[in-house]
Design a protein around this ligand. Structure first.
Ligand code: SAM
Length: 225
């Protein structure tokens, strides 16, 4: 049984693909996809020994030794060309780290057919990395679980151009304005409005911090509009 967050990631994995889940920890995601026979082969990559052992335990527990391989490696170095991986998932990390992991392995023509990414933070940075490295955003969604909002990006090989607004808020989100996304940005707006109100009270409305918040408030209002 997957968390709502990982369930949302799993839904985007195309049937029958060869998957590498990087930063897999317990390997819940690939194990679930294999047990449900949605895919037939997966790699679970881990850089840390503790989580790598969790992967091994999960493989053992479900007798997945034939179809799920644990690899102790940094980022995409877990994957070799003979694995013929076409989908990479990276979930539950900061956007900076996800972009770093993708960048560390990037060579001009090296692309995986599909990337499914769930950055906990700095989603704009991940969208920018994709845009600048030959990926096209195919789908995006936001979910809410246990007090947190999570964004999931699905990218395929191709071109796209996103302006600042689309990088920050997501091109499909801006088009569809889904209710969870609205809820998240409405809260973010409120939070910033409270901060600026406090700054005014403290007579700090002339600071650069105040200006920064004002700009963000304007941008959020435009996006929600
Ligand atoms: N992907 C799972 C999920 O979404 O529930 C686990 C997320 S867990 C918070 C992040 C995992 O990423 C940790 O187990 C950590 O060891 C691993 N990790 C961090 N940097 C990594 C890297 N460069 N290469 C592989 N794994 C990494």
């Amino acid at each position: 049984h997957l968390s709502k967050r990982l369930e949302a990631v799993a839904k985007f994995v195309p049937e029958g693909t060869r998957l590498a889940d990087i930063g897999s920890d317990h390997a819940y995601l690939p194990a679930n996809l294999l047990l449900n026979q949605k895919i037939a082969y997966a790699i679970a990559g881990e850089v840390a020994v503790g989580p790598y052992k969790n992967v091994l335990e999960e493989i053992e527990r479900h007798r997945l030794g034939q179809v799920l391989e644990a690899r102790l490696a940094n980022g995409l170095a877990a994957i070799t060309p003979t694995d013929e991986i076409d989908v990479v998932t990276i979930a539950g990390m900061g956007g900076h780290l996800i972009a770093d992991i993708l960048a560390a392995d990037f060579k001009d023509d090296k692309h995986y057919a599909t990337l499914i990414l769930q950055p906990n933070t700095d989603v704009d940075l991940v969208r920018r990395w994709l845009m600048e490295h030959g990926y096209h955003l195919q789908e995006e969604t936001m979910i809410y679980e246990d007090g947190h909002y999570y964004e999931i990006l699905v990218a395929v090989i191709g071109k796209m151009h996103l302006d600042e607004q689309a990088l920050n808020f997501g091109p499909y989100n801006l088009e569809r304005k889904p209710s969870i996304w609205r809820e998240y940005w409405s809260k973010e707006l409120k939070r910033r409005e409270n901060i600026t109100a406090q700054l005014i009270q403290k007579k700090k409305a002339d600071t650069s911090a105040f200006e920064k918040y004002q700009e963000q408030i304007k941008a959020i209002k435009e996006a929600l509009d």
